[in-house]
Design a protein around this ligand. Sequence first.
Ligand SMILES: O=C(O)CCC(=O)C(=O)O
Ligand SMILES: [Fe+2]
Length: 320
Amino acid sequence: MSIKLEHDKNKQAMTSFCMSRAILEDYAKTIARIEGRNEEEVVQRVRVRTRELMKELSDSAKIDETVVTASEGIKQDSKIINAQGNNKISQSKSMALENDRHHSSIVKNSSLKQPDLFASQPLASKKGKNLDMTDGDVIVFPDFFSKNQSDLYFKNLLNDIKWRQDKIKFYGKEMPLPRLTAWYGETDKPYSYSGIPMNPDPWTPDLLAIKSELEKIANVSFSSVLLNLYRDGKDSVSWHSDDEKELGENATIASVSFGDTRTFQFKHKYLKELPKVDVPLSHGSVVIMQGTTQHYWQHQIPKTSRDLKERINLTFRVIK
Ligand SMILES: O=C(O)CCC(=O)C(=O)O
Ligand SMILES: [Fe+2]
């Protein structure tokens, strides 16, 4: 199959190329050999990235459609369930749980329901729960910001942030990303995300206040933040790891959510037998991803046919 990929961003050796998958993998192996890196791992990363780009393309194509009917939405959801092997806890069930309990549950997509880890915690508690993931270190704070603080931040960010509609290029065609984004932080730290160069706007008072709260639990000093605005259930981010070289080895990322609850999903890159992990991210919640998480796990916010309102997500990062 012939594929076109835009660039090798790490080496900036090519801006775009079109070749068969076999040749591409061969090329990746050669680069790995020259750089003394593990060939299998590099090839695996190329495969993952190829799949991500193809997924982004098809997601964008779907978003481009002006009418998505309810029945189409339902079909999409059932495909996801089948792809996950007819798990007894289906995606729609876990979504319903998420809705009902609002702040409280973590559901792993295995045939067994996990205990409700947050049920006994008081609201606004700042105590996190480690998700205990193989090769990963992810801590969730379901009610990090109070309802009042969260309402205020949500309103301010929606109005004040310079939201933009980015595009991705694939097969030479430009497609809109299925969400709006913005990039703020130290203005001398350039960064590219999914191949898109980002020029940060300077910190705002709200962003600085949020950052300072997060630094107390993450024990790092964040230099920038990527913001995502999911306008409704059709907006999404597809499977990826935040492993750009600017973030360095074992990046610490703090992710804050305001607005409607969405399901954050994790899957292990190599151990396919491990169940996916679903985490409902509600208004005012925080997730810290650290250690080897980005090496071994991918995450996504899947589309849903449920009628959802806006959600804002901020991922604070350290650019080296
Ligand atoms: O919206 C989210 O919770 C995740 C966003 C994300 O993964 C990213 O921006 O890298
Ligand atoms: Fe991410």
